[in-house]
Design a protein around this ligand. Structure first.
Ligand SMILES: Nc1ncnc2c1ncn2[C@@H]1O[C@H](COP(=O)(O)OP(=O)(O)OP(=O)(O)O)[C@@H](O)[C@H]1O
Length: 467
């Protein structure tokens, strides 16, 4: 390739990346086997997986509609084809898919898939079933802190008092809130969640309290109930309460005092029959001092305070959590069971986990996707977690490592099966160099890699054939 061609190619790749990131609908680009080679930020959101995790996944794991892959293989264009997307938690969502086939020299090379949510799901606010996914059994860990928290939460679950859950992001505050609801007398009622930080300030009021017909320009005919009304006889989970604007803090306080509310633009007083659980990772006490959070609202919310400790303060739970997520992702991705090398485990123990369980979950999903063999070694950990450790068990040989961070556009273009294959080869070559080429050396290398001796011989033969 000439310098000019390389330059043009880089430019083209950047254009494609840029275009994909501007599109707010989820888009995947797949090859003919259904392996994802590009995913845009909107896809990250829908599948609840980072782009680096989405790459190399197959359509079969992301879309529960096998026919779609057949159409990809055939290069058949589609419009409004009904599919089911499977999100990070295994939940299915009805979407419509548009397929644009890609051809290279008249052969099918893959497809661009664009997904739009089906109207019935998008407009399901009125009849959506607000169900929960979690119960106390899903809160894993046996550390004294987590056992005490579960005990405390079980005890207060049946009362109707307001709960304020504090804890860093990703520690499991929503999991705890759902578990409390599931064990309350309101368990047959809905569990309605709203994230105060995720909804634009201008919409938050009408989302919470609903609005009447003609309340503002663009308001839906007939009005719309808010989350307080949708949560009738159930639980309302106000996530990121620390991000609620001041004027709404005042309105919420009034609603909690009077147990009644009005829709925006309405005058009818509606009784509020919900149990409120609020959560935040913010330091509300400091926000009160600086005048950003109302002290009177704080006391109304803080009737039952619960605190979810960060993962770094309960590292004894890591083992349980790792086992659980390795099995969970292994089963879902059809991968063999994996175990950690001592050094890889040590890295996990030493790491401070700022993103808590969410970060741990994403890291393990990444590892299960990419790890070769059944042994997770340091070389397969993202660099942030690997820290200063470079190799396992005191080895000084440089082992190939996976891209630790989101690969650049250029890298992503080739971040495919081929890269995995090359990585595997590199690992095998390094291990054999390290332990020796004799029979005993190969046995040790196989053990180190977590594969059988027979597999090692087969792979070595293949590498030798390639020359
Ligand atoms: N104890 C636990 N055992 C197993 N998984 C957990 C546990 N706690 C949390 N999780 C998982 O961690 C992820 C984050 O949990 P959750 O959304 O409840 O955190 P959060 O504290 O509400 O986060 P945020 O403050 O960012 O909203 C979820 O995918 C959940 O399944």
């Amino acid at each position: 390739m000439t310098d000019q061609t390389i330059k043009e190619r880089k430019m083209l790749l950047q254009e494609v990346e840029g275009l994909l990131s501007l599109i707010t609908l989820p888009i995947l680009v797949v090859d003919t086997t259904g392996v994802v080679i590009h995913a845009n930020p909107a896809a990250e959101h829908v599948w609840q997986r980072s782009q680096v995790v989405l790459l190399n996944q197959t359509l079969q794991t992301l879309v529960g509609t096998p026919k779609l892959l057949e159409y990809v293989k055939k290069g058949k264009p589609l419009r409004d084809f009904s599919v089911e997307l499977i999100d990070g938690g295994g939940k299915r969502h009805a979407y419509l898919c548009r397929l644009h086939p890609l051809f290279v020299e008249r052969s099918v090379a893959g497809a661009i898939l664009q997904f739009t949510i089906q109207i019935k799901e998008a407009d399901s606010e009125k009849n959506r079933k607000f169900v929960t996914r979690y119960n106390f059994e899903d809160i894993r860990g046996h550390s004294p802190a987590i056992l005490a928290l579960k005990d405390q939460a079980r005890q207060i679950a049946r009362s109707d008092s307001t709960v304020l859950i504090r804890g860093e992001s990703g520690t499991g505050k929503e999991v705890l809130a759902q578990s409390i609801h599931r064990n309350s007398d309101r368990k047959e009622g809905p569990f309605v969640a709203i994230n105060c930080a995720a909804i634009p300030e201008a919409l938050l009021e009408s989302e919470l309290f609903g609005y009447e017909d003609g309340a503002f320009t663009g308001a839906k005919k007939g009005g719309k109930p808010g989350r307080f009304e949708l949560a009738l006889h159930g639980t309302l989970f106000l996530d990121e309460i620390g991000d609620m604007p001041q004027y709404l803090q005042a309105k919420l306080l009034r609603v909690l005092q009077e147990r009644r509310m009005e829709r925006v633009g309405g005058s009818e007083s509606i009784p509020v029959d919900v149990r409120l659980i609020a959560a935040t990772h913010k330091d509300l006490e400091s926000m009160i001092v600086s005048g950003q959070f109302r002290e009177d609202l704080f006391y109304r919310l803080n009737v039952i305070p619960l605190f979810v400790p960060p993962l770094r303060h309960r590292k004894e739970d890591l083992y349980d959590l790792i086992q659980f997520y390795l099995k969970w992702f292994g089963d879902r991705l059809g991968k063999e069971p994996k175990r950690f090398s001592t050094q890889a485990m040590k890295c996990f123990m030493d790491y401070h986990w700022p993103g808590n369980i969410r970060e741990l979950e994403n890291t393990l999903e990444y590892i299960v996707n990419l790890e070769i063999g059944d042994l997770v070694t340091i070389s397969s950990l993202p660099s942030t977690i690997r820290g200063n450790q470079t190799t396992d068990e005191g080895s000084s040989l440089p082992l190939h490592s996976f891209p630790p961070t989101y690969p650049t556009a250029e890298k992503r273009d080739v971040f495919s099966e081929r890269i995995l294959e090359q990585t595997e080869e590199q690992l095998i070559i390094d291990a054999v160099q390290r332990y020796g080429k004799n029979t005993e050396g190969k046995r040790k290398a196989a053990e180190y890699l977590g594969i059988s001796v027979a597999t090692l011989y087969r792979r070595l033969q293949k590498i030798n054939r390639k020359g």
